[in-house]
Design a protein around this ligand. Structure first.
Ligand code: GLP
Length: 240
């Protein structure tokens, strides 16, 4: 795993945006794997600025998001579809019909999960997958567990994740207890992965990801099996 250590959040956002922009320049019809959470917000701001200046175009880009709460309406202000519209899609020249987020209202998760993975494969696979990391080492909503699921699926959120994400909701009771997420197998199929981590609250997860063990109790450790992963982080996330 290649590591880029940054001075601050601004620099993490800049480095990440540059990697995305370079890919978009080299391959205008690239397939992006996108993430939500607070960490990539700065990167999205930079990408919006670059698009407004005419430095990059989203015209031919297709995107697949990692995850979505379940159940949740796409118009709910805490849905990941809403987040993506607010932070990126509404501000750039992307064709929204080519932006995909797992359906937080699906009645048939098994069928929709398989269809989501098949659609990614049919699009040629994800060229660049952006990831954040949970404080408990989760990736997307692949939570620590005895076993991980390879494909896109519905999962239950851990208490730790519900607590961590309650800051975005009116109360902890409002946080959905389930989510639809790309599986670790879906994520590992991406050609390149860029993981962003910022702050001391991510240090334990980052440290476990970088040690020598691979374990389902820290899903991020599986990323060590991928041959093109870049961790972009600050010193606090890396060193504590
Ligand atoms: C959320 C998301 C993840 C994200 C992580 C970290 O629950 N499902 O995709 O990477 O938690 O979020 P944040 O960047 O806000 O710390």
């Amino acid at each position: 795993m290649k590591i880029i250590v940054c001075e601050n959040y601004e620099e993490i956002s800049q480095e990440a945006a540059k990697l995305v922009a370079d890919l978009m320049t080299a391959k205008p019809d690239c397939v992006l794997g996108l993430a939500t959470g607070s960490t990539p917000v700065g990167m999205y701001k930079k990408l919006v600025e670059m698009n407004k200046k005419g430095e990059i175009s989203f015209e031919k880009v297709t995107s697949y998001n990692l995850d979505e709460y379940y159940p949740i309406e796409p118009t709910h202000d805490q849905s990941y579809r809403y987040f993506m519209n607010q932070n990126l899609f509404d501000h750039v020249n992307i064709d929204k019909s080519k932006t995909f987020v797992p359906n937080g209202l699906t009645k048939d998760p098994a069928k929709e999960g398989a269809a989501y993975d098949a659609a990614i494969d049919a699009a040629g696979g994800i060229d660049l997958q952006i990831l954040g990391i949970g404080q408990n080492g989760h990736i997307g909503f692949n939570e620590p567990d005895d076993a991980l699921i390879a494909g896109t699926h519905i999962t239950s959120l851990t208490e730790n994740t519900i607590e961590a994400n309650s800051r975005f909701f009116a109360s902890k009771a409002d946080v959905p207890t389930q989510a639809f997420t790309m599986g670790m197998g879906s994520i590992m199929k991406a050609k390149k992965i860029v993981l962003l981590a910022n702050g001391t609250n991510k240090h334990a997860a980052v440290a476990q990801m970088l040690d020598d063990k691979i374990t389902t109790s820290c899903p991020a450790t599986f990323l060590k099996l991928h041959k093109d992963v870049i961790l972009i982080c600050d010193k606090a996330a890396l060193n504590g």
